[in-house]
Write a protein that binds this ligand. Structure first.
Ligand SMILES: *Cc1c(COP(=O)(O)O)cnc(C)c1O
Length: 408
C-alpha cells in the first residue's frame, strides 16, 4: 500500500481479506487462513453463516433504522431473550463494547446518586483490565499507553491488582460505589482468576452496598462454554456489559441490569441514536437463535476442552516456545516464551490467525461453530509455527556461535 487515508492508529499486517466461510478467511492474494482470532472474539458463528446472512438480507430489505423515538420490535425481542437467559431485568443496546461499559458505569453512578449517595461515584477496577477507548473506559482500564496525552483522566477509578481480595477490601472507601471487573481478563492476557475471587467480590458488594459490574464484552455469549462467564463462577453481577460476540460481526453491544441497579435510569437519563436499531438487533436475535439452540453451548464447552488438551500437548512438545496454556472454553491463551508478536507473525506464515494480548499471550478466540477437524488443523499449524520459531532461533544462535567462535 502506497499511502493510506486512514488515521494511522493501527499497526496493520500487510494482508486483506475478501471473503470468509466458517472459520476460514480468504485473502485478496487467494491464500486461505484458519481464523482462530475470530476478528477479536466477534465472529462468534464464523463467516457467512447462512442463518445470519438470511437475517441480514431479510431485515436489510425491509427496514434498517427508525430511531429510539419509536418502538423497535426486534430490540424488544432480543432484550426479552437476553433477560430470560440471564440475571438481568433490563437491557440497553449500544453499538460497541466501550459504549456498553460506559453505560454500565453511568448506571452504577446514577444508582448511588438516586440512593442518596452522589459521592459514591468511584469504582474499584483492576490492573491489566481493558474496558474500551472512550475517555471513561480508558480511565477504567488504567493503561497509561491509552491514557497519556488525552487530558485530565476521568475521575473515579481505583485500580488494584487483579485477583487480590485484600487490596479490594483496603480500597473500599466512602466514595466507592461499584466494582468493575472482567470475569476473565482478555486483553490483559487471558487471566483467569481463582475460583472464589468473584464470589468474594460479590460478598464485598453486598456488605458495602456496592454494585458489581461484569465486563463480559469478550467473555459473553457462549465464548467460555457458558452463555455468560459469570455462570462458570456461580456469581451474578448487578450490571453487565456485552458486545463482541452478540452481533456475530455486526456492531452491537448492550448493558444488562437488574431492576434495582437500573432504578436511576429513567426517561431522558441516557440514550443513543443508532443503538438497538432494527437491523442490528435482528442480527443479534439471529445469533441467539443459534447460540441458545439445544446443545450449542455444550458443544462450545466440549470443543474448548479438546482445544485445551491439544494445546497442553503442544506445550509439552515445544517447551522452548510455550510457557503456559490458560483459559476457559473457546477463549484460550498461549503464553509464549518469545515475544508474542513474533509468535503471531510466525503463525500467520503457517496460515493461522491468532491475536496478541498482554503478558506475551497469543489469544485463541475461534468461531464457536468449530469442530474437531478445525481444532486438529489449528494444532497442526501451531505445531509448524513453533517449529518455525525454533528453527529460526537455532539458526540465529548458530550464527552467533560461529561469529563468537571466529572472534575467540
Ligand atoms: C473489546 C473490549 C471492550 C471494548 O469494546 P469495543 O467494541 O472495542 O469498544 C471492552 N471490554 C472488553 C473486556 C473488551 O474485550
Amino acid at each position: 500500500m502506497v499511502t493510506s487515508s486512514l488515521l494511522p492508529t493501527y499497526a496493520r499486517a500487510d494482508l486483506a481479506f475478501e471473503r470468509g466461510d466458517g472459520a476460514w478467511l480468504t485473502a485478496t492474494t487467494g491464500e486461505r487462513f484458519l481464523d482462530f482470532g475470530g476478528g477479536i472474539a466477534v465472529a462468534s458463528l464464523g463467516y457467512s453463516h447462512p442463518h445470519l446472512v438470511a437475517a441480514l438480507i431479510e431485515q436489510g430489505g425491509r427496514l434498517w433504522h427508525t430511531s429510539n423515538l419509536f418502538e423497535i420490535p426486534q430490540a424488544e425481542r432480543l432484550a426479552r431473550r437476553l433477560v430470560e437467559a440471564s440475571f438481568a431485568d433490563y437491557v440497553f443496546f449500544t453499538n460497541s463494547g466501550a459504549e456498553a461499559v460506559e453505560g454500565a458505569i453511568k448506571t452504577a453512578r446514577k444508582y448511588q446518586s438516586v440512593s442518596g449517595h452522589p459521592e459514591k461515584f468511584h469504582a474499584i477496577t483492576f490492573e491489566g483490565a481493558f474496558h474500551g477507548r472512550t475517555l471513561a473506559t480508558i480511565a477504567a482500564g488504567g493503561n497509561p499507553k491509552y491514557i497519556d496525552g488525552f487530558g485530565p483522566k476521568v475521575e473515579g477509578f481505583d485500580p488494584v491488582p487483579f485477583g487480590d481480595v485484600e487490596a479490594v477490601k483496603a480500597s473500599i472507601g466512602p466514595q466507592t460505589g461499584a466494582i468493575l471487573v472482567e470475569p476473565i481478563q482478555g486483553e490483559g492476557g487471558i487471566r483467569v482468576p481463582a475460583p472464589d475471587f468473584l464470589r468474594a467480590l460479590r460478598d464485598l458488594c453486598d456488605r458495602h452496598g456496592l454494585l458489581l459490574i461484569f465486563d463480559e464484552v469478550q467473555t459473553g455469549v457462549g465464548r467460555t462454554g457458558k452463555l455468560f462467564a459469570y455462570e462458570l463462577f456461580g456469581v451474578a453481577p448487578d450490571i453487565m456489559a456485552i458486545a463482541k460476540g452478540i452481533g456475530g460481526g455486526f456492531p452491537l453491544g448492550a448493558f444488562l441490569t437488574t431492576r434495582e441497579a437500573g432504578k436511576g435510569m429513567t426517561v431522558g437519563t441516557h440514550g443513543t441514536t443508532f443503538g438497538g436499531n432494527p437491523l442490528a438487533t435482528r442480527i443479534g436475535d439471529a445469533v441467539l437463535d443459534i447460540v441458545l439452540a439445544p446443545g450449542f453451548i455444550e458443544h462450545v464447552a466440549l470443543m474448548g476442552l479438546k482445544l485445551k488438551q491439544s494445546l497442553a500437548e503442544l506445550k509439552d512438545r515445544h517447551p522452548r516456545v510455550i510457557a503456559e496454556i490458560r483459559g476457559e472454553g473457546l477463549m484460550q491463551g498461549i503464553a509464549t516464551r518469545v515475544p508474542v508478536n513474533e509468535f503471531a507473525v510466525a503463525a500467520r506464515a503457517e496460515k493461522i490467525l491468532v491475536i496478541p494480548a498482554a503478558e506475551n499471550v497469543a489469544r485463541l478466540l475461534p468461531p464457536l461453530i468449530i469442530g474437531e477437524e478445525e481444532i486438529a488443523e489449528a494444532i497442526k499449524r501451531l505445531d509448524s509455527t513453533c517449529l518455525r520459531i525454533e528453527r529460526e532461533r537455532d539458526r540465529r544462535m548458530g550464527t552467533d556461535a560461529s561469529v563468537s567462535g571466529a572472534t575467540a
